[in-house]
Design a binder for this molecule. Structure first.
Ligand SMILES: [Zn+2]
Length: 374
């Protein structure tokens, strides 16, 4: 499909410094560059909707980076609301921790960073691997702390990597692509509510951009690829898919086992914690979806379904209703490296301005929010 690669819009977070310090290589605020991959040309409702969703995130986070989104609006399979994919890269655990520490700007960031595993590797509590000591592919979980590839590697969406300074802030490559199905009946404007029988385009777009920003779990890879039909089971060192958000994923069992994170593909309850699993960040102990195949039937890259935890719920609200972003959504993205404009700052960081630099690798994987799920 031909792609018109003109920049549709650049969205600047509102910032006094943005007005003062604009230079050729200084980015002020979170900028989304939207590129039309089909059906999102000038003057279209879809462009209005995607622009509103990007503007929302720019109003919540002020990382000085550019995020490049290819956006489309075209006919897809009848049960697919939309499809999205992100460009990803891998980093050593040590380099990620250093970046997270340098990027910390809120009290919650500091809590997160201070509770990341010490040393150069982390342990996981997982199952269904080929080298599971309980038997190849066993559902019984075990502690993996042998320090090989999956214990030393982070995989980040490029937008998330930019946010913590692991990728050049204005790297021009596509960070994510999002296409919505033009066959559904959408409402493109949240400001006057969502019309009866219509689906909240902006809310769904906010959700998909949230994934691109790093609201994603590598447990989905374990869950999807472990069945024999997918070539599984695989050895645990092949699962170099642990994300930043996975360091907020715990279970009572993973804590008992002494693991740094819960990475099991099963239905056990997993909770959201920003202090290394010591305490849950919100009420209850069952906050994460647990997987399409072996979990609760929802992708692990979401909150638990239908608990109103946030817009990163795996299913959209009913037609006629607005999808709502919660403080929990913002907290999750805050602690994986986004600078929340409303977060309580660390006193010592008030005067710091982050300088962004560094390196990236190329590695693309597609994620798809399936069916009526997101
Ligand atoms: Zn989703």
């Amino acid at each position: 499909m031909p792609r018109t690669s003109w920049r549709l819009l650049r969205i600047l977070a509102v910032s006094v410094s943005a007005l003062i310090f604009i230079q050729s290589n200084v980015i002020a605020g979170l900028i989304f560059n939207l590129t039309d991959s089909g059906g999102v040309g000038a003057g279209t409702d879809a462009l209005t909707g995607f622009t509103s969703a990007a503007s929302f995130w720019s109003s919540q986070f002020d990382d000085s980076i550019e995020v490049n989104l290819a956006v489309g609006f075209s006919s897809l399979a009848p049960t697919t609301l939309g499809a999205a994919g992100s460009t990803q890269s891998t980093y050593s655990f040590s380099s990620w921790k250093t970046a997270m520490s340098n990027d910390a700007s809120s009290a919650n960031d500091t809590t997160m960073v201070n509770n990341l595993p010490s040393g150069t590797s982390f342990s996981t509590y997982l199952n269904r691997t080929n080298n599971n000591p309980n038997g190849a592919g066993s559902a019984t979980a075990y502690l993996d702390n042998d320090g090989d590839a999956n214990n030393t590697t982070l995989r980040l969406n490029n937008a998330n990597a930019k946010a913590v300074g692991l990728l050049t802030a204005d790297l021009a490559a596509e960070d994510a692509n999002i296409t919505f199905n033009s066959d559904f009946s959408w409402d493109f404007d949240q400001s006057d509510g969502i019309g009866a029988g219509l689906i909240d385009f902006v809310g769904v777009a906010i959700h998909e951009i949230g994934h691109a920003m790093g609201f994603t779990s590598g447990v989905d890879i374990l869950d999807i690829f472990s069945p024999p039909a997918m070539g599984g089971p695989y050895n645990d060192d092949q699962f170099t898919f642990v994300t930043a958000l996975d360091f907020t994923r715990f279970s009572a069992d993973s804590e008992s086992a002494g693991a740094d994170i819960d990475w099991t593909a099963d239905t056990r309850a997993k909770y959201f914690s920003i202090d290394g699993g010591a305490t849950a960040a919100t009420a209850g102990t069952d906050h994460w979806s647990t997987g399409l195949n072996f979990g609760d039937g929802r992708q692990a890259s979401h909150w638990k379904d239908n608990l109103a935890l946030g817009i990163m719920d795996p299913t959209a609200v009913a037609a006629g209703s607005v999808n709502v972003v919660t403080a929990l959504d913002l907290l999750a993205l805050d602690v994986v490296g986004w600078n929340n404009v409303t977060a309580v700052p660390e006193p010592s960081s008030l005067t710091l301005l982050t300088v962004i630099a560094v390196i990236g690798l190329g590695n693309i994987r597609r994620r798809r929010c399936r069916n009526i799920g997101l």
